[in-house]
Design a protein around this ligand. Structure first.
Ligand code: GLU
Length: 485
């Protein structure tokens, strides 16, 4: 049992974007570290040179920071256990691979790709459960190995997995796990290009970086027996493992790009709030044991525990994310939303117009309960930003009668006579006109809404009039009468 303060790591391979599953892994590591006064390390696992993507590391760090996940040690911040990019640690892996060869726990393999391919085909023909290397090179004599090395024959280093035993380990989430060693391949540890594979680099670094808990996605569970064998081969203490449940599409297939967005950056660009996305991702496999769903990250830190992470796959439910976004949006202060709205306005066709803080704050207060995204403070009510150029046809057909222009003219006159009208003044004026004309208020309100907003639904009528202001309302009534008649 490891008793010191925990050190955990998020160890992504830089693919160019941060997958939402990666965000979940990073978040659980972060929450666990913060909950237990531990250290959160970012380590970049970039030893697959074929997968190199320009700018990938920068993007990844940017996305993590956007989500509020600051690491204590990592490529930018540094720390006592660096470098934190595996591509800068190649000598270290080489040294440890040599140590394993020395101990007989690993061996050189000089088999050609052609031989390996033929072996695989043969094993497939025999319907073996999985293709495995046949240990041919394990039986080379010392002399043979020396000769091949001296002549520069291409080689890899393989883990020597002993046959006929059970590999056992414990996992906080999956409890006791066992694999038969006969089902574990003699994994390549150092590739022919001299780079380590994920397995060797990951174990060496977790050990050297004093990682106490390995918290990662379930897709890595089948790698863990190899890792356990490596820890044992080096005679190193194993970390505590916790494999997080898979993320699933609503049809319970594995979460994939094909069914929707998987990059954190996509959600950010679509206008999801970071607090909402973090809250949503936290619930993908964890709950505090009650029905609570709304959390800020500080509250998650207080409530989180690995013991309460489920085994069962977690369904990625976009509707819930939308709902959480609306909830988080409503909890934001008006001044925060004002700043957010100004950013959205800059991205919209209204960017060159001047709207006062007071005007925008009124829009925010009136629309807050009706929107789920900041950009909807514009998109669902463009009439606050421009004079409507179209009027909803259905509503025109339903609410526009031969006598409507006369009614609206009367309303216009009444409004025009008001001095700095409040919301209540508009309401009183409309009641007055309704009585004078002897028509129900509804008969006035529907066409009035249509003329000032172009739409049949929206916020409270008198809020709408008050925000637009008397002069604008009067102008819009005139324009609509001309346009519709
Ligand atoms: N580099 C692996 C990844 O891309 C790390 C898995 C692990 O955490 O061990 O997720």
């Amino acid at each position: 049992m490891i008793n010191e303060t925990p050190r955990v790591r998020f160890a992504p391979s830089p693919t160019g974007y941060l997958h939402v599953g990666g965000l979940r892994t990073a978040l659980y590591n972060y929450l666990f570290a913060k909950r237990n006064n531990g250290t959160f390390v970012l380590r970049i696992e970039d030893t697959d040179r074929n997968r190199f993507v320009e700018g990938a590391v920068e993007n990844l760090i940017k996305a993590l920071k956007w989500a509020g996940l600051y690491f204590d040690e990592g490529p930018e911040t540094g720390g006592d256990f660096g470098p934190y990019m595996q591509s800068q640690r190649l000598d270290i892996y080489k040294k440890y691979a040599d140590e394993l060869i020395e101990k007989g726990k690993a061996y050189y393999c000089f088999c050609t790709p052609e031989r390996l391919k033929a072996l695989k085909e043969e094993q497939e023909k025999q319907k073996l459960p999985q293709a495995k290397y046949d240990k041919l090179c394990l039986h080379l004599t010392k002399k043979e190995v020396e000769n091949k090395l001296a002549s520069g024959t291409p080689k890899v280093v393989r883990l020597n997995v002993e046959e006929n035993h059970t590999i056992k380990f414990d996992d906080i989430i999956r409890e006791h796990v066992e694999f038969e060693s006969n089902n574990v391949d003699d994994q390549v540890l150092i590739k022919s290009d001299g780079y380590p594979t994920y397995h060797l680099a990951n174990v060496v670094d977790d050990h050297l970086m004093k990682i106490t808990h390995v918290i990662r996605g379930e897709e890595w569970l089948s790698s863990t027996p190899k890792h356990v064998l490596l820890y044992d081969a080096f005679d190193w203490e194993r970390p505590i493992f916790a494999h997080l449940p898979l993320l699933l599409n609503p049809d319970r297939s594995k979460l994939s790009k094909r069914q929707g967005d998987v990059a954190v950056e996509d959600y950010r660009d679509k206008g999801f709030l970071k607090d909402a996305l973090v809250n949503f991702v936290a619930l993908l496999g964890w709950n505090a044991g009650d029905d609570r769903e709304f959390y800020y990250i500080d509250e998650l830190i207080k409530s989180f525990s690995l013991e309460r992470v489920n085994k069962a796959g977690a369904v990625f439910d976009l509707q819930k994310l939308n709902w959480l976004n609306a909830e988080h949006l409503r909890k934001k202060s008006s001044s925060e939303l004002l700043a957010d709205l100004r950013i959205e306005i800059q991205k919209s066709k209204f960017k060159s117009q001047n709207f006062s803080d007071d005007y925008l704050s009124q829009i925010i207060d009136t629309m807050k309960e009706r929107v789920s995204f900041v950009k909807e403070f514009i998109d669902t009510c463009t009439y606050f930003y421009e004079v409507p150029s179209e009027y909803e046809q259905k509503s025109v057909e339903k609410n526009w009668n031969p006598e409507t222009p006369e009614h609206l003219n009367k309303l216009k006159e009444e409004f025009a006579s008001l001095n700095n009208p409040t919301k209540e003044d508009f309401e009183t004026a409309l009641s007055k006109v309704s009585e004078e004309l002897n028509v129900g208020k509804g008969k006035l309100i529907h066409p009035l809404r249509l003329t000032v907003s172009g739409q049949s639904t929206g916020p409270g009528m008198f809020d709408l009039l008050f925000i637009l202001g008397k002069d604008e309302v009067v102008k819009r009534i005139e324009a609509a009468i001309k346009h519709i008649n």
